[in-house]
Design a protein. Sequence first.
Length: 217
Amino acid sequence: MAAASRVIKIIPNRTAFLVCDIQERLRDTIANFPHVVSTSVKMVRMAGILQIPVVYTEQHPKVFKSTVPEIQSQIDELSTTLKHGPFAKTKFGMVVPEVENILAEKDIRSVVLFGVESHICVLQTALDLLESGRDVHVLADGVSSSNSQEVNLALERMKQAGAQITTSESLLYQIMGDASGPTFKSFATILKEEKDATTEALKALFGDSGSTVRSAL
């Protein structure tokens, strides 16, 4: 009899958000870039409420410039204990020594991953993290590529490797866990404020029927 597969759940107090290379020079080349940005802004805002560390990188910033201001301004609002970066890199994956050191120091087990490009930097980051024994939760509404056709294949590849493919709102509710906590009111307020952006991101990235990512989910 085959052994039952392990149920992988988010571990709130051992979680980090990894924001992958959402940079200014990519604004006009990544499909649905505004929606990736809006999902990322929501996640960074929630990081402050949920007390989740945010780690972010920039791929070859001399070429691709800095993290977009919409996201950077929200990161700037976080406490110094929660914000880590930006870490410049030439490696495609995010797991450079500075990032690995933070994950190790904070004993991170659950990594929530979003950014660009889904089939390059995000994929390689997910594979590196999985290889290190960490659980990876990829936000399907928070990733994209220059060629939109790459997104579904990348999500499917990450799922095959053991990553959990989810959405930003589902993941946030898993971290919150209970509506009776003292931060739930602030949590619900942000979700309400971001509701339209969340809806538009899902429509843009998946289509009204969700058919573009059906196999990955």
